[in-house]
Structures are given as C-alpha cells and as structure tokens.
Design a protein around this ligand. Structure first.
Ligand SMILES: [Zn+2]
Ligand SMILES: [Zn+2]
Length: 70
C-alpha cells in the first residue's frame, strides 16, 4: 500500500554491477518493510532483510528470476 514506487541501488548479482532496484507491488502484506526488490535491468529479485538495510550490509537470501516472456 505504498503511494510512490520505492527505489534504491544494490549490487545486482546478475548484472554484476550497481543497478537500480525498485520495489514491486507487495502481495504478501509486508507494507513498508517489504524485503522484495527487483532489478530494473534484468528483473532479478533480491530478498533484502530491512533490518540490515540501514548499513552497508545487505543480505541476499535468495535470488530468483522474474518470470518474463521475451
Ligand atoms: Zn540486474
Ligand atoms: Zn512484500
């Protein structure tokens, strides 16, 4: 239920560089603490524990490809 699209930069494991990540619409009720971020370039989704996000530490717990029909 966020009004604006949140965005930030993370080191994308697929692009192997710092890329812009946006927060897709949360379907799991995380609200502002939603840990899901998606790379705008390749669509790789990161699961970021927001308790670590305040610092430099970003814990990537899973990486998945967003289903996309080319
Ligand atoms: Zn990427
Ligand atoms: Zn979520």
């Amino acid at each position: 239920m966020t009004d604006a699209t949140r965005e930030t930069t993370y080191q994308c494991p697929t692009c192997r560089r710092l890329e812009l990540f946006v927060q897709p619409q949360c379907e799991e009720g995380h609200g502002e603490q939603c840990p899901d971020w998606a790379c705008v370039i390749c669509g790789t989704a990161l699961f970021v524990d927001t308790s670590f996000a305040a610092g430099e530490q970003v814990q990537v717990e899973k990486v998945r490809k967003a289903p996309r029909v080319a």
